[in-house]
Design a protein around this ligand. Sequence first.
Ligand code: PMP
Length: 398
Amino acid sequence: DDIWQNVPMGAPDAILGIAQAYRQCEDPRKVNVCVGAYRDDAGKSYVLPSVRAAEKMLWESQEPKEYLPIEGDKDFVRCALKFAYGPNMDIDTHVAAVQTLSGTGACAIGGRFLAQFWKNHPIYVPDPTWSNHISIFNQCGLDCRKYRYYNRSTNALDLEGMLKDLNRAKDGSIFLLHACAHNPTGCDPSLEQWKEVIDVVRQKHHVCFFDSAYQGFASGNAEVDAQAFRYAVSQHVPILLAQSFAKNFGLYGERVGTLSVVCGDAEQRDHILSELRLIIRPLYSSPPRHGSSIVKTVLMDPALKEQYYEECAGMALRIQKMRVKLVQALQKAGSQHDWSHITGQIGMFAFTGMNEAMCQQLTDEFSIYLTMNGRISMAGLNQKNLEYVAASIHVVTD
Ligand code: PMP
């Protein structure tokens, strides 16, 4: 009668498991630099005032609760695509797009689409990458492999290895590329390096799947952060784009994103859109509407939009400042190591170069919670905990 007795205990999620351990920790010194969610300088989670203003407008206009269409809110999708692709893209003709459950949902829908319509082509993800990429693409039935991306001995991009792997992959392979603020390394190619990468992609007839989870949140400028995939579009290579509004709008739990496929003409667009609808309908029918209404309201109101851009840049700037302060604090604590990669990196995370034993010691002896690959969330640092974290890192790395 016990039909579930053979269900084994599944592995805990690496990142969310650490967050759980942090919550249970009773050490008053405890610091959470594990999860990638923005915190203000008081260590508090933060809702953008422009987002609050949009919510007020929605409340006052009696926002309905009706279902959205399968592909989501058309006005939201249009605003989101303009934000991503810029003013020069003919969205109506060349982009098939659907609203998704944030960036994760976009990766999952894109993965299913590729598994169905670009069969028998492997997908290559950077080594290392956001670990969920591998789970998502495996679950879609794709053959997920790795390409060289980061050189741990120099703490820098391994461009040569990356280009070699692009060249070695069979023609028509899919390459997952982080549009900006590479997670976990914080190490992005320069525009010149992107051009080399896209050049090889074009020669090899590869497909680019850009994951854009941090547009505007990385440099503070949404145009700059879009340069990689905008350049790829200009080179006419095939592109899918997974777009998340979790970080740049602070809409994490609202689950707002898009998946788009750049295509040749309006007929192709209609075909692709119809297939994306067929993938979505049996999964969850249609996306949630509150978060996408917020983004639409902000981006369609010129004054709110301008306010939003400033608030987003404010988050990016605070993180950039914390990078400088962390390196200064490490030096002040007496560290002789070269930490310049921390200020060279961009986005939510610093990839410190600490090994697993050092990370474990940070958690065990100092109640500093981080992933064991040496990644720390810069957003978890603030005036109050900075010196403590730096001094502790110095102890475990000295
Ligand atoms: N891609 C990358 C590289 C990420 O870092 C994240 C967030 N951790 C995501 C996608 C997706 O996040 P979400 O589903 O919350 O948009």
